[in-house]
Design a protein around this ligand. Structure first.
Ligand code: 5GP
Ligand code: ZN
Length: 111
């Protein structure tokens, strides 16, 4: 079982900020900026490329809702929303996830 499947199964603790039947969101263990969040499908897909369309459509809607909420709560001025696909692009956990990285006027995040 991959590390994010273990988080979904509650075998590894996470700072969960959202959960429904098919999608979960939790804080990244290594915060690029304050509020850095990962949105994942509960079912395992290796990457963005093979996630089924219905799950992807729902996940994107959840990500938009959370992005607005995070910006409201953190006072971030913007956000990078991205998904790394395969090792060459920096993917280190091979369970599809969307990064929500809040941006602040004084941050030096570059991911
Ligand atoms: P990737 O490099 O695959 O795009 O992103 C994987 C992300 O997962 C990294 O930003 C990393 O910090 C995060 N991560 C890895 N292991 C864990 C974990 O056990 N818990 C949480 N919350 N995040 C993790
Ligand atoms: Zn998995």
């Amino acid at each position: 079982m991959c590390i994010f499947c273990k988080i979904v199964a509650n075998e590894i603790p996470s700072s969960c900020i959202y959960e429904d039947e098919t999608v979960m969101a939790f804080l990244d263990i290594s915060q690029v900026t304050k509020g850095h969040t990962l949105v994942i499908p509960k079912k395992h897909y290796d990457s963005f490329l093979d996630c089924d369309k219905e799950t992807l459509a729902h996940l994107i809607q959840v990500a938009q809702m959370l992005a607005n909420r995070i910006i409201e709560r953190t006072g971030a001025k913007g956000m990078n929303i991205l998904s790394n696909v395969n090792e060459i692009a920096g993917q280190s956990v091979h369970h599809f996830h969307l990064h929500l990285i809040p941006r602040y006027s004084s941050d030096d995040a570059c991911k």
